[in-house]
Ligand binder design. Structure first.
Ligand code: FE2
Length: 456
C-alpha cells in the first residue's frame, strides 16, 4: 500500500486529470498490494452498508472500502469529482444510470473482480454493490478532488422514488443519513426504468478483467446446460430467429446440391436440429457428426441418430481431410479469443477435403440493430481495452438467468484477413437480417449478421 500512496501523494494538483488517474490506477499491481481482509480494521458507520479506511486526502483521496456480502451504496450523482475504483478482493457490480426529464433509467451493469477497474467520470450516476451473498468485496477508491464532505451529492432511491441532495453535515452517501443532513429531499420525485423495462430477453454484462479462455468455456457450458431442454423451443418460438436460421439452412442446402457432400461436420451442433433441417431441405443424403460442448445436447443428438462428439472443438482431434463440408452456425463468435478463433479456422481447414466447404455466420460489429456498436463504444469509454478485451467482445446474461455467456462481434475486414492467411478462398460473404428483417439478405454492411461460404 505504501508504494500506491507514494504514487498519488507525490502528484501536484495541476497534473491531475481523469486520464492521468486512470493510467496510475492501471499501473497498480493488485496481486502485490497489502490490505486488510478483516472488517474490524475498517471504520463502520450506522448510515452506510460499507466500511472504510481513508489512506490519503491530499492532493487527492485514496481509501479502501470493505463491503460485507450484498452491501451496496445508494445511487448517487457525481458532480465535480471523478475517480476510479480498483477491486482488490471479491466481486462487485458497478450499475450505471441516466437521469433525464424526471426519469431515472438503468443503463448497464459491469461486473468487476480482482484487478477490475470501475470508472467514475465526473457526471456519472451509479451505484456499487457487492454481488456476492457470501464473500466480502474490498475496493481501492481514488477520487479527485478529495471530498471534504458530501455537500451537494444527489441520491436516488429506485424503490421509494425518493431523491435527495446532501448538505455539508452528511458523512455517507446514504438515505439513512438523518433528514437534517439533506439540503433537498423529495418523495416520489422521479420515474424509474429498470434494465428489463423494454422487455429485452438478454442484456450486456461486461466482466472485468476479461475471464480466461478456460473460464469462458465453463461459463458457456453452464449457460447452455441451463437451457438445453428449453433451447430448441426458445429458438423456434422466436419467429425472427426461426426465419434467420431457416434462411441460412436453406443457403447451405442449396449449396449442397452442387457440392453433394458425403460426410458433414456440425460444430457446436447442439441437439442436431439445424442438421435435421438442412437434410430435409436437401435432395442428397449425407452423414453428420455433431460436436458440442454441452453433454446433454450431444445426448439428444445421439438419440436422433447422429454421430455425437462431446467436446470443445479445439480439444478434439478429428481425421484430417475427412469431411466434405463443415458448418459452425451461430456459435463461432463463442470462441473466447482471437488466437483460438484463428486456430479453429486452421483446424477446420485441415479436416476438410480439398474442395470442401465451410459455412458459418457471425455477429457483425457494424450492425446498427445489434450490440456491436454498444460493444465498440463501451470498449473505450469503460477501459475494456485495458482489461484484456478485443474490440467486439461481449458478455451477456439472459433476463432472469444467472449464467453469463460470451460472444464476439466481428469486423468483416478482421475475418477476411484471417481467412486469407489460412488459405481459404471466400466463395461468398453476405449480410443477413437477424432481429430486424430476420432472414432477409441485404447489401447494407451496417445491417444484419455476416454469412460466409469458404472453400479449401
Ligand atoms: Fe461513485
Amino acid at each position: 500500500m505504501h508504494s500506491v500512496l507514494n504514487l498519488f501523494s507525490t502528484l501536484s494538483k495541476n497534473e491531475i486529470t481523469y486520464e492521468k488517474l486512470g493510467e496510475l490506477t492501471r499501473s497498480i499491481d493488485v496481486h502485490r498490494l497489502d490490505f486488510s481482509k478483516n472488517a474490524d480494521d475498517y471504520e463502520k458507520s450506522e448510515a452506510s452498508d460499507y466500511y472504510r479506511d481513508i489512506k490519503l486526502l491530499d492532493p487527492l483521496e485514496v481509501a479502501v472500502l470493505y463491503w460485507p456480502p450484498e452491501a451496496a451504496s445508494a445511487i448517487h450523482f457525481h458532480s465535480g469529482f471523478y475517480g476510479y475504483v480498483l477491486v482488490l478482493d471479491g466481486e462487485g457490480e458497478n450499475i450505471e444510470f441516466s437521469f433525464k426529464e424526471g426519469k431515472l433509467k438503468q443503463l448497464r451493469t459491469l461486473c468487476c473482480r480482482k484487478g477490475g477497474i470501475m470508472n467514475e467520470p465526473d457526471g456519472i450516476i451509479h451505484l456499487i454493490r457487492n454481488s456476492s451473498k457470501t464473500n466480502a468485496l474490498i475496493t481501492l477508491h481514488i477520487y479527485y478532488p478529495a471530498l471534504e464532505n458530501l455537500d451537494g451529492l444527489t441520491l436516488f432511491d429506485p424503490v421509494t422514488k425518493n431523491m435527495g441532495t446532501l448538505n455539508e453535515k452528511a458523512a455517507n452517501a446514504s438515505f439513512r443519513e438523518p433528514k437534517e443532513n439533506f439540503k433537498y429531499f423529495r418523495e416520489n420525485a422521479f420515474v424509474f426504468e429498470g434494465q428489463n423495462a423494454k422487455g429485452n430477453s438478454h442484456f450486456v454484462y461486461p466482466i472485468l478483467p476479461k475471464p480466461s479462455s478456460e473460464e469462458i468455456s465453463e461459463m458457456l457450458q453452464s449457460y447452455y446446460n441451463e437451457q438445453a431442454k428449453e433451447y430448441d423451443s426458445f429458438d423456434t418460438q422466436h419467429q425472427s430467429r426461426t426465419a434467420y436460421t431457416r434462411a441460412i439452412n436453406k443457403a447451405i442446402a442449396d449449396d449442397f446440391e452442387n457440392l453433394k457432400p458425403k460426410m458433414v461436420l456440425d460444430i457446436a451442433g447442439g441437439t442436431g436440429r439445424r442438421s435435421e433441417e438442412i437434410r430435409d431441405l436437401c435432395s442428397s443424403e449425407f452423414g453428420v457428426s455433431i460436436l458440442d460442448m454441452s453433454e446433454s445436447m450431444v445426448q439428444e443428438a445421439i438419440e436422433k441418430g447422429f454421430e455425437g462428439i462431446h467436446s470443445t472443438y479445439l480439444d478434439h482431434e478429428l481425421r484430417p481431410e475427412y469431411y466434405d463440408a463443415c458448418y459452425f452456425l451461430y456459435a463461432f463468435g463463442h470462441v473466447p479469443n482471437s488466437e483460438e478463433r484463428f486456430e479453429t479456422l486452421r483446424k477446420i481447414y485441415k479436416e476438410l477435403k480439398t474442395g470442401g466447404r465451410f459455412y458459418f455466420d457471425v455477429f457483425n460489429i457494424e450492425n446498427k440493430n445489434e450490440w456491436g456498436l454498444t460493444a465498440k463504444s463501451i470498449h473505450y469509454s469503460h477501459g475494456l481495452n485495458y482489461m484484456g478485451y478485443d474490440e467486439g467482445d461481449v458478455f451477456y446474461k439472459k433476463n432472469g438467468g444467472n449464467a453469463v455467456a460470451y460472444l464476439h462481434y466481428f469486423h468483416a475486414t478482421e475475418l477476411e484477413h484471417i481467412i486469407q492467411k489460412i488459405g481459404f478462398k471466400i466463395v461468398s460473404q453476405r449480410n443477413i437480417g437477424y432481429v430486424k428483417n430476420a432472414g432477409e439478405w441485404t447489401d447494407n454492411p451496417a445491417e444484419g449478421n455476416l454469412f460466409y461460404i469458404l472453400e479449401k
